[in-house]
Write a protein that binds this ligand. Structure first.
Ligand code: NAP
Length: 266
């Protein structure tokens, strides 16, 4: 697969900057445009600190996605805008690779139906780090043997959605093998609201937000006289880019929406 033409939405963001670097440093993808909230009509190479890439910046996503000849949209923005961009891309026959997290279940199912109707391959992955995908798969495996489980996810304090898409995805995978049941003492009460975290079928998710963190998760299982912890740390946003690259290549072979990087890993 060579020369896949890519539009990046959110190029000034923490993830967007890494995506531009990744595209710049390899040969299968080429950047043809960006969608940003600033710098209308400028080229990426004119911006301070950006790679030497000749790609025009659009502030209007609809114009960009209808005018630019592109194969793939990589979206790394915010939940509300990411959803709009993904829908517009599918409508214009451009395959979305979405790292943006925080879509609702309704939005995901609408996008799934739209992608199938139009036959436009789409990949939405709450976590593009290969290690995180393995952490989720190991957790699903462990939950067959340890049905009592709590998830602690830790992120930088600029993250907009909680719990993280990764924590929700982990809980969904565990739900596939775990019968719903309330954990903790049956008469347990919270003397401070939120102390026990968010609830998914009786399992708990706790979200921590602190400066200095990137993206981290522990899935802790409790058994008789033992605990098991499955833990993953993204210590740099570079960790997500091999998954983004793989998704941009694999999405070219799809005609439906795939949710989760695990479905495209060998
Ligand atoms: P960030 O640093 O806040 O970057 C978001 C960027 O999107 C900002 O530059 C923002 O511009 C831009 N933006 C907002 N609305 C836009 C619009 N309508 N058009 C174009 N650009 C727009 O956030 P981040 O840390 O890079 O994360 C981005 C997303 O990726 C989040 O949803 C995060 O949860 C997710 N994420 C996913 C993974 C994964 O592996 N799937 C990993 C890490 C993060 P302004 O600066 O002007 O607001």
């Amino acid at each position: 697969m060579s020369n896949i033409k890519v539009i990046v939405a959110g190029p000034r963001g923490k993830m967007g900057k890494e995506a531009l670097k990744m595209i710049h440093n390899q040969s299968t993808l080429s950047l043809v445009a960006c969608i940003d909230r600033k710098h209308e009509g400028q080229s990426v190479k004119e911006l301070d600190g950006f790679p030497d890439m000749d790609a025009v910046i659009y502030t209007d996503a609809a114009t960009c996605l209808s005018e630019v000849e592109a194969d793939v949209l990589i979206d790394l923005t915010t939940p509300e805008n990411g959803y709009k961009h993904t829908k517009l891309a599918i409508e214009n026959g451009i395959r979305p690779v979405v790292g943006t997290t925080g879509f609702s279940e309704d939005e995901l199912s609408e996008l799934t139906n739209l992608a199938s109707e139009r036959g436009v391959g789409t990949i939405i992955a709450p976590n593009f780090a290969i290690g995180a995908v393995l952490m989720m798969q190991f957790s699903k495996w462990a939950a067959k043997h340890f049905p009592d489980v709590e998830i602690i996810e830790k992120h930088h304090d600029q993250k907009l959605d909680a719990p993280s898409g990764t924590a929700l995805k982990t809980a969904e995978l565990i739900k596939e093998v775990r019968d719903p049941h309330k954990q903790g003492h049956e008469s347990e009460t919270e003397t401070l609201e939120g102390a026990r975290g968010a609830d998914v079928d009786g399992m708990k998710i706790h979200s921590m937000r602190l400066p200095g963190l990137v993206a981290h998760q522990e899935v802790i299982f409790g058994g008789h006289g033992e605990t098991l912890t499955v833990k993953h740390d993204s210590i740099h946003r570079e960790s997500f880019m091999s998954g983004v690259k793989l998704a941009a290549e694999r999405v070219m072979e799809l005609d439906v929406l795939v949710y989760g990087l695990e479905h495209i890993l060998d």
